[in-house]
Design a protein around this ligand. Structure first.
Ligand code: NCD
Length: 298
């Protein structure tokens, strides 16, 4: 996210808005002849498929590494070599990898642009752009009071989002179990931007005042010890009853997949926006692809 200024983020959001009709099915050949490579070394549904949808709806195509076990990665090929080679086939590469810093490393070797689709417990900037787009469309980025809830230690979506929200001057409530607090380095960064931060483990403390509740999954796969995961697995569970005290215009977001942190009965309340949010991944990724590999005159 640090590569983006506030003005650049706003221009991506505006471009995404103008491309939304194409995400809904309007025909386009804007990226005709372009190829996007998908390199996913970790599970993904929304990120991978929305990149693929964005590319195909704009007339482009995709190539897919598939599972790492079925590629030369299983023979011990380095990430540097893999992206050097695939960069010769495709116009851009989307990469998700379990190691922090992997996308940055890939960008040092790739001849074509790299899009970070999640680097371990590090960052997930394209998710942040679609999160901001959702807030802009469904609530407001002005005078925002938001709660980031759940696994703030290992959750990469909230690491990128917190930084971006600080650019918008949002008040940020960090709600997590004590063992899963937001990393100090990110908090220090927020404070240095003058962001108002409130840290608590208790969702009750913020439910009446926030405009956006951003729920996250406890990241089971990142825990070194399964017993430590069990201790915090059921920390938060949003129900319609709990929301009775919330602001009328509160919206609930979640990058998904959810486990137990939002029960299905919440889906039909006026607050739920997480499925809308996952749809917005398409126009946002269309905007990024157009900026990176689109022809100037389109
Ligand atoms: C998130 C991720 O992969 O970081 N999912 C997504 O991209 N929508 C969140 C998660 O896995 O919990």
């Amino acid at each position: 996210m640090r590569e983006f200024s506030l003005e650049e983020i706003d221009s991506v959001l505006d471009l995404a808005s103008s491309l939304e009709p194409f995400a809904r099915g309007k025909k386009s050949q804007m990226l005709e002849g372009k190829i996007l490579a998908l390199l996913f070394f970790e599970p993904s549904t929304r990120t991978r498929m929305s990149f693929e949808t964005a590319m195909k709806r704009l007339g482009g195509s995709t190539i897919n590494l598939g599972s790492a076990e079925a590629s030369s990665v299983a023979k011990g090929e380095s990430l540097a070599d893999t992206v050097r080679v695939i960069g010769g086939y495709a116009d851009a590469i989307v990469i998700r990898h379990p190691k922090e810093g992997s996308a940055r490393l890939a960008s040092e070797f790739s001849p074509v642009p790299i899009l970070n689709a999640g680097d371990g417990a590090g960052h997930h900037p394209t998710q942040t752009l679609l999160d901001l787009y959702t807030i802009k469309k469904e609530s407001s980025l002005d005078d925002l009071n938001i709660a980031l809830v759940g696994d703030l230690k290992y959750g990469r979506t909230v690491h990128s989002l917190a930084y971006a929200l600080s650019l918008y001057g949002a008040d940020i409530n960090l709600v997590s179990p004590p063992t899963l607090r937001m990393p100090e380095a990110i908090k220090a960064d927020l404070s240095s931007k003058g962001t108002k931060i409130c840290e608590t483990a208790d969702l009750n403390e913020v439910i009446k005042t926030v405009d956006v509740l951003y729920m996250t999954r406890i990241q089971r796969e990142r825990f070194p010890d399964p017993l430590e995961y069990q201790k915090v697995a059921k920390s938060y569970r949003l129900t319609p009853e709990f929301l009775a005290e919330a602001k009328e215009h509160l919206i609930i977001m979640h990058p998904l997949p959810r486990v137990d942190e939002i029960i299905p009965a919440v889906d039909s309340t006026s607050h739920a926006r997480y499925f809308q949010q996952s749809f917005y991944g398409v126009p946002i990724r269309m905007a990024l692809l157009k900026l990176l590999i689109g022809d100037e005159d389109d």
